[in-house]
Design a protein around this ligand. Structure first.
Ligand SMILES: *Cc1c(COP(=O)(O)O)cnc(C)c1O
Length: 436
């Protein structure tokens, strides 16, 4: 209980600790009102790329705010949006040359969903109205985004509101996984069977390429993405990549689709798009999808917009962030090796940490404990990590690190030492159900 009128996101207000007040942030560190410094090891929920309060982003924002802060985007355009669209087309997979703006990850997914659905109406195949998703898939919190992320436990209260989704198993894997081939074969066979049984029923398949974020940083192999993309394309089903989390260097490549060597029909980007500074999103589309809406008939247009679509401040910051990212690729390319070095140094000898895995800048592992009291353990772990000076939010049993690219060797070592400390304390029974 606090005196604040604020109802916090994803929070049980009755049992949660009072929120920590942040007064400033620089680089990878947050400064709390009591003077403590906390390392932001999850990039403030996966958005911060270059570090907090980056001077180049602040400069771009200030300059733009003095020139044009906002303007209606239907019937108007401006230089920051044009520049950003050009940059995105130049660096995302060839073939995605149409850019539709919105303002957060969930709306980028809503846009993809509506585009895919309406695309088939324009193509005179309105029966193609169903979607395919993966177990563990997360695509955002609005109703459309929940529809394609339906296996998420959080959406259970809303189940009756959601149209049916065809769910496929997801072959999550890790180095040394003896079952990876079997899991992939099962998922691939199930996709084939589904499409064979009802070939012209499906509009699109939605997937977070290479890494399922919210389900626990569950990673799959590029070959799996290639296989499912081929099958979907053989049956004419559109492939939508939700790269809201994986975009902009997170997987060690600029985009996961580049790393996987596959080409989606629609690509959703947000989070790191502005470097973690302002809310903005885009949905990239193929020329073929764009052309299905291109018509003399006004009713065939794509009717979707938000008040802040194409906001010039967010676009200007995004251009600055993208240029910075392109100018120092070694920052995101080197983190995978640094993760493995830290794992060797700090965690390799602990036997309650399993399935250590990385994908570019992201590292994750499973903390073994008695599952029965796990939900009570998670808030305790979060609290303990803060005591140790680190912001980490385990997802169930999964402890993951998703740092800003500016994280120093010293800061990364502190994060790994904190995980080591907590894993030892868990093994020693330091946390109990009673102290939740
Ligand atoms: C965070 C996330 C979203 C939702 O983005 P918001 O900006 O929070 O609405 C969608 N898809 C994925 C893969 C995400 O990680």
């Amino acid at each position: 209980m606090t005196d604040s009128p604020i109802w916090q996101p994803f929070t049980q207000m009755k049992t949660a600790d009072p929120p920590l007040k942040v007064v400033g942030a620089q680089g990878a560190c947050l400064e709390l009102s009591d003077g403590r410094q906390i390392i932001d090891a999850i990039s403030s929920w996966w958005v911060t790329l270059h570090g907090h309060s980056h001077p180049l982003l602040a400069q771009a924002l200030y300059k733009q705010a003095q020139t044009l802060e906002h303007v209606i985007f239907a019937g108007f355009t401006h230089e920051p949006a044009e520049q950003l669209a050009q940059l995105l087309c130049a660096h995302s997979p060839a073939g995605l040359q149409r850019v539709f703006f919105s303002d957060n990850g969930s709306t980028a997914v809503e846009v993809a969903l509506k585009m895919a659905y309406q695309y088939w109406q324009r193509r005179d195949q309105p029966q193609r109205s169903r979607f395919i998703g993966f177990v563990g898939g997360y695509h955002g919190d609005t109703l459309g985004a929940m529809t394609v992320g339906q296996s998420s436990p959080w959406w259970q209260p809303f189940q009756p509101l959601l149209p049916p989704l065809t769910l496929l198993p997801y072959p999550a894997t890790y180095p040394g996984d003896p079952e990876v081939e079997t899991k992939e074969a099962q998922a691939i066979a199930q996709l084939e069977d589904t499409l064979k049984a009802a070939p012209e029923t499906y509009a699109a398949l939605f997937i977070e390429p290479l890494v399922q974020g919210a389900a626990g940083m569950r990673m799959c192999r590029p070959t799996f993405l290639q296989a499912i993309s081929e099958i979907a394309k053989a049956y004419g089903v559109l492939v939508v990549y939700d790269e809201v989390m994986t975009g902009f260097g997170r997987t060690g490549a600029l985009f996961a689709c580049e790393k996987a060597g596959t080409q989606p029909d629609l690509l959703c980007l947000s989070k790191g798009l502005s470097g973690g500074c302002l809310p903005i999103a885009v949905t990239l589309a193929t020329e073929e999808i764009y052309q299905a809406f291109y018509d003399d008939d006004p009713t065939r247009a794509f009717y979707h917009s938000h008040s802040y679509t194409g906001n010039p401040l967010a676009c200007a910051v995004s251009v600055a962030s993208f240029q910075l990212l392109l100018s120092e690729p070694e920052r995101y390319q080197s983190l995978e090796t640094r993760h493995w070095q830290c794992q060797q140094q700090y965690l390799a000898d602990l036997n309650n940490l399993k399935q250590f895995r990385t994908c570019g800048t992201i590292a994750a592992m499973e903390l073994e404990t008695e599952a029965s009291y796990f939900s009570e353990l998670v808030p305790q772990l979060r609290r303990r990590f803060i005591e140790l000076g680190v912001l980490l939010r385990p997802l169930g049993n999964t402890v993951y690190i998703l740092p800003p690219y500016c994280v120093t060797d010293g800061e990364l070592a502190t994060v790994y030492q904190a995980i080591r400390q907590v894993a030892i304390e868990v093994a020693e029974g330091y946390f109990t159900a009673a102290s939740a």
